[in-house]
Design a protein around this ligand. Structure first.
Ligand code: ZN
Length: 650
């Protein structure tokens, strides 16, 4: 027998020679080469997998280096998948005397998995299993549907801060698919959006938290706004920030310094001027805001002058946390925070805490000033900023590593079942588990809990071909809106073709070989003109995901106004059968919370009541009423409220 490398010898000793053979011959598709993806690739390589294809559309950013372990400084700017595949392939232990040891094939596709011209059902069918390492719902939904159509098992994973979960999806095993249950919506924001082109209040709040780190953090380098002051192109705010930090350090030590409250005020103004005037103007001059939705305007001199005569709003007697601050008030509050911190340095927290007054006052003031400069609406009160700031969860490298490890264990279970029963008769419902990674131990002292895979939701249109009922004001909707807001954004079709079920008339066609031009005129027509009315049956088909769904239309012209606003003319309700996703900003799941919400805590494990989870508006609305036969409706408002925000930085 040929000599075997020590690493493979240990795999062989644990799993047996047949499994080692299986591992070495299996073809694996990995979608995503970021936080979880890098961990997965390393694990795949070390356990001897030799045929891995990686898809990722990102390039490596300097901020990835602290946790995406396959990347180094000299890789910055290169495609993640290419570097990851290349670095990981060199980690695969080889059998020194075997000629097959040369056949390590790690292939990279620098592309979007949603691109159906490259990644279709036939492509997925060439793999033994698929591993997901994604950060958004759109891509997850896409891979879910491709794997169901191809009948290839999918090992899905997601993390939110300290919490994570791993799940296995497989059509023929009759287990729940990704879209069987309503998911928590969550969003990951790229660093460049935060640093350069904010367009939502949450972007400026994340930025303000980083500013807090820059001003008060233990290590200034840990803020994503930090730039080496010796660098050639250092931002203009670094010098005044470091001056202030020096004074804070002296104040903390109790040194007698020459600083006074007036000196701190002056430093505060210098920081504010650098952040909201000089730096913005510098970037404008260099034409750096081309991709911004609105071109920023520097903070006006008037606001700065007015601030001198404006008291900090929180110092005012009649102040309430729901008040909105003017730009001048924000400047005054910003400075007051620095002064308060300098006067009582022992009380200052080195990391942001939403329940700490100075933290929240500074973040409210700083984020609103940035929103003002970038013309982002609405401005936020202390109270609303706190709500947003509290929902932002940092990505944690350890959770990613644990979940990637669990995915590999599930992959072993699948391969063992394939080895035993063959691909065609594969049933993973017994051998695989739904695993939760917890922050606090259960009563039994467990940080990982494994439960049986969930059963499919009989009302899921994706894996159970259930039909969907849809209520909307037919007279308000054009076909174009219907396609974009419902078929694509909500139901996740990419290339929908629409038929009227009675008579079979096609009213829209999309996708390869589609004759889109001849239907273009329909886009601006209102639904009744296309014979879509109360009681109409529609069929939506999408060849790119092998999916077809029947929709029954209910006309509804009276809608309740949503919270504090006019009724939205694009309101609609999808009846019980509709599976996933709130509107507009879909993203990664927290299936773990979904299980808490469903009251389904994993069959035999009673430990979920020990779990901390994030307060989220999304949970306040009925999520999975399909479980309740008396109520088969789920309301979807088009403002997509209530999502958890993950910022992919730590
Ligand atoms: Zn399903």
């Amino acid at each position: 027998m040929a000599a075997i490398s020590p690493m493979l010898a240990s795999v062989q000793a644990t799993l047996g020679p047949e499994m080692l053979q299986m591992i070495q011959n299996s073809k694996i598709l990995l979608v995503g080469a970021g936080g979880i993806g890098c961990e997965l690739l390393k694990n795949l390589a070390f356990t001897g997998f030799r045929h891995v294809t990686v898809i990722d559309l990102d390039t490596i950013d300097v901020s990835n280096l602290n946790r995406q372990l396959l990347f180094r400084t000299h890789h910055v700017g290169q495609p993640k998948c290419t570097v990851a595949a290349q670095v990981a392939s060199q980690m695969v232990p080889l059998n020194p005397l075997s000629s097959s040891s040369l056949a390590v094939q790690y292939t990279a596709h620098h592309a979007n998995v949603c691109d159906s011209t490259i990644f279709d059902v036939q492509f997925v069918q060439t793999f033994h299993l698929v591993l997901n390492a994604l950060d958004n719902v759109v891509a997850r939904r896409r891979v879910n549907r491709l794997c169901l159509a191809a009948d290839v098992p999918l090992v899905e994973a997601g993390t939110t801060g300290y919490l994570g979960q791993v799940n296995v999806i497989h059509k023929n095993s009759d287990v729940a698919c990704y879209e069987c249950h309503t998911q928590e919506t969550q969003k990951v924001y790229p660093i460049c959006t935060i640093r350069s082109t904010p367009s939502m209040p949450v972007h400026t709040i994340v930025w303000a938290k980083e500013l807090y780190k820059l001003l008060f953090g233990e290590k200034v380098e840990e803020s994503m706004l930090y730039e080496d002051p010796r660098g050639e192109e250092t931002s203009t705010y670094m010098k005044p920030v470091l001056d202030f930090r020096d004074d804070m350090v002296s104040a903390k030590r109790g040194d007698t310094t020459t600083s006074t409250s007036t000196v701190i005020e002056k430093q505060g103004l210098q920081i504010i001027t650098a952040l909201y005037v000089t730096e913005i103007q510098k970037q404008l001059d260099m034409d750096r805001y081309k991709t911004a939705s609105k071109t920023p305007k520097v903070l006006s001199a008037d606001a700065l002058v007015a601030a001198a005569a404006t008291p900090a709003p929180t110092k005012h007697e009649s102040y309430r946390h729901t008040d909105l601050w003017s730009p001048a008030q924000c400047v005054a509050e910003f400075i007051a925070c620095l002064q308060d911190a300098w006067q009582d340095p022992a009380a200052v927290l080195s990391s942001f805490d939403k329940d700490d007054a100075v933290s929240m006052r500074l973040v409210t003031a700083a984020s609103n000033l940035r929103s003002h400069v970038f013309q982002i609406e609405p401005l936020q009160s202390y109270y609303s900023a706190k709500g947003i700031a509290g929902n932002i969860i940092p990505a944690i490298a350890t959770t990613n590593a644990i979940c990637a490890g669990l995915q590999i264990l599930q992959a072993f279970c699948i391969l063992r079942a394939q080895l035993k029963d063959g691909m065609a008769n594969l049933d993973i419902s017994e051998c695989c588990s739904y695993v939760n990674c917890l922050r606090n131990a259960t009563r039994n002292g467990l940080y990982l809990t494994a439960a049986q895979l969930e059963e499919p939701n009989p009302n899921c249109f994706v894996c159970k071909s259930a039909s969907v009922s849809l209520a909307l004001d037919t007279t308000k909707w054009t076909l174009g809106d219907f396609l974009n807001k419902i078929c694509k954004a909500d139901l996740g079709f990419e290339e929908p073709t629409l038929f009227l079920s009675d008579g079979g008339d096609c009213i829209w066609e999309e996708g390869q070989d589609a004759d889109q031009a001849s239907f273009a005129a329909n886009l601006v027509k209102r639904l009744p003109e296309l014979r879509i009315r109360h009681g109409t049956f529609l069929t939506i088909e999408d060849f790119s995901q092998n999916l077809e769904v029947n929709v029954t239309i209910t006309h509804q012209d009276v809608w309740e106004a949503s919270e504090g606003g006019e009724p939205d003319e694009f309101e609609f309700v999808i009846g019980g059968t509709k599976p996933v996703v709130a509107h507009e900003v879909p993203a990664p799941i927290n299936g773990f919370e979904q299980r808490v919400t469903n009251g389904n805590n994993g069959k035999g494990d009673d430990s979920d009541d020990f779990i901390e989870f994030v307060e989220d508006d999304a949970k306040k609305r009925p999520l999975d009423e399909a479980d309740d036969p008396a109520s088969k409706k789920q309301k979807v408002s088009s403002n997509g409220s209530g999502h958890i925000d993950t910022i992919d930085i730590s």
